[in-house]
Design a protein around this ligand. Structure first.
Ligand SMILES: Cc1cc2nc3c(=O)[nH]c(=O)nc-3n(C[C@H](O)[C@H](O)[C@H](O)COP(=O)(O)OP(=O)(O)OC[C@H]3O[C@@H](n4cnc5c(N)ncnc54)[C@H](O)[C@@H]3O)c2cc1C
Length: 440
């Protein structure tokens, strides 16, 4: 972590920016102001909280170092899907019990429904598609694991997961040399992530909340019963504060954040539109959103305009050379997995950060030892749905309408500091090496 966006420009270079339409520029904070609640971060989390608060008549401002949706919310893969943890369900059941894990699964479904309802009731042109998500086994042994996994998901959580043999998957237009069969879960859908966050910001503004762009909070200190949040040209005082900077949070603002998050890169490429012939040559004609079974997973989907979106995890350093290498690795994986498209041009390529923590689950709640300060972060790479609902719930907590225990316990553990936080990137290097071996 470091200065927000210090190495990145105002644009991500994404396909979403190219197709979102005009992006409204909010004013920079200049001078001093006071609000009931100050929110750091104008992504799904911060804006969902602001929406809840402003709808209840609370005076609220959202401060962003860049602009609405500049972080992960405006540059993700657009999979509105299960998320918020890197832990599997049996592991969560061991720690929290079956009932609590069921509550967590139901919460994730509620989160996807919330996004769907917002898009429908606000009439957002979000290029929605895909009924659920499909997981593709990248090795025969992963396919063998699908039947017991589907049985586990269905009997414990009633998800309606279905296993598709390699042939059945191919008949449904899900074919590739590395795919040994599939498991489909009917929950979730795909969307245009930037249009969604811009619509959310529009609703927030309409309710009278203030959004300040180019207003990075560089420090935070207590002043009587208020917190003072300092930006380059001004400051905000507020008795209650929400930390919603997620992977783009500035280390040390406030000090509690230091060493607790591990930002990890993810990169995406989008091809030119594919013709009917190209789609059938590859055997991929499905509009389902998909991911493979690797730990360092690939996520991909054929979009309604027939461009193919392909995302990869990995990459540590953000120098231009390292970013170039990461993109080339992503492109090589794409060509290996979809060989018929080896000559199809990439028209957009960009990257962003997702946040992990030591607990390997998201956290939403009051920050220990900081009176009036709340946080919601670390969605572990799947926050389109979860950040939306967690943001709304933490807004409810700030209002006193929602208690931390009203949320699944899985989300209730404040992230612990990493031991020797300065070495976080090295841990990552080791983890990537190990995952690469495990994924073979
Ligand atoms: C490449 C990529 C692909 C992804 N794909 C998916 C996907 O397909 N499905 C899915 O569910 N999730 C996906 N994610 C994750 C998902 O996008 C995030 O979990 C989610 O957007 C987090 O929202 P947020 O509001 O918490 O944070 P962000 O959207 O990251 O917003 C944080 C904001 O805080 C601001 N900020 C931080 N610190 C400060 C400060 N000190 N002062 C002022 N402003 C500050 C930043 O400028 C930023 O705009 C992906 C992420 C990436 C990067």
């Amino acid at each position: 972590m470091g200065q927000v966006g210090e190495k990145e420009g105002m644009t991500a270079g994404s396909y979403w920016e190219a197709t979102a339409g005009a992006i409204k520029e909010d004013r920079q904070l200049v001078g001093d102001a006071r609000f009931d609640v100050a929110i750091i971060g104008a992504g799904y989390t911060g804006l969902s909280a602001a929406l809840k608060l402003a709808a209840c008549g609370v005076s609220v401002c959202v401060l962003d170092a860049r602009r609405v949706g500049w972080g992960a919310s405006g540059r993700n893969g657009g999979f509105c899907c299960f998320g918020g943890t890197k832990r599997n369900y049996p592991d969560l059941v061991r720690q929290y019990g079956l009932d609590e894990t069921r509550r967590f699964v139901a919460y994730q479904c509620e989160a996807m429904d919330l996004v769907g309802e917002r898009l429908a009731s606000w009439d957002v042109d979000a290029a929605r598609h895909s009924r659920g998500e499909v997981y593709l086994a990248h090795r025969p042994k992963d396919f063998e694991g699908f039947a017991p996994e589907a049985e586990y998901l269905n009997s414990n959580f009633g998800l309606g997961a279905r296993v598709l043999s390699r042939e059945e998957a191919a008949r449904r237009g899900l074919s590739g040399p590395e795919f040994h069969g599939a498991m489909h879960v009917p929950q979730g859908f795909a969307l245009h992530p930037l249009r969604y966050v811009l619509a959310l910001a529009g609703k927030v503004r309409n309710l009278g909340a203030r959004i300040f762009a180019h207003s990075e909070v560089t420090s935070m200190k207590r002043e009587g019963s208020d917190w003072r949040l300092v930006t380059r040209l001004g400051s905000v005082r507020a008795p209650r504060v929400l930390l919603a900077g997620n992977a783009y949070s500035r280390e040390g603002a406030p000090a509690w954040l230091s060493g607790r998050l591990l930002p990890v890169m993810s990169s995406i490429l989008v091809t030119r539109p594919l013709s009917d012939d190209e789609l059938s040559e590859q055997g991929w004609t499905s509009g389902l959103m998909a991911a493979d079974t690797r730990t360092l997973l690939h996520y991909f989907r054929l979009m309604p305009d027939r461009r193919f979106l392909f995302g990869t995890r990995g990459g540590i350093f953000e120098t231009p050379e390292a970013l170039k290498r990461m993109q080339m690795r992503g492109r090589a994986d794409f060509e290996r997995m979809f060989p018929a498209w080896a000559n199809v041009e990439t028209e957009y390529a960009w990257h962003g950060h997702v946040a992990l923590n030591r607990n390997r689950t998201a956290f939403t709640g009051p920050v220990p030892g900081m009176d009036g300060v709340f946080a919601s972060l670390a969605y572990h790479g799947s926050g389109v749905a979860m950040a939306s609902l967690c943001g709304e719930k933490v807004g409810g907590m700030i209002l006193g309408q929602v208690k931390p225990q009203d949320l699944p316990l899985v989300l209730g553990s404040a992230p612990r500091k990493f031991p020797l936080p300065a070495l976080r990137q090295l841990y990552l290097l080791g983890a990537y090496g190990w995952y690469g071996i495990r994924d073979r």
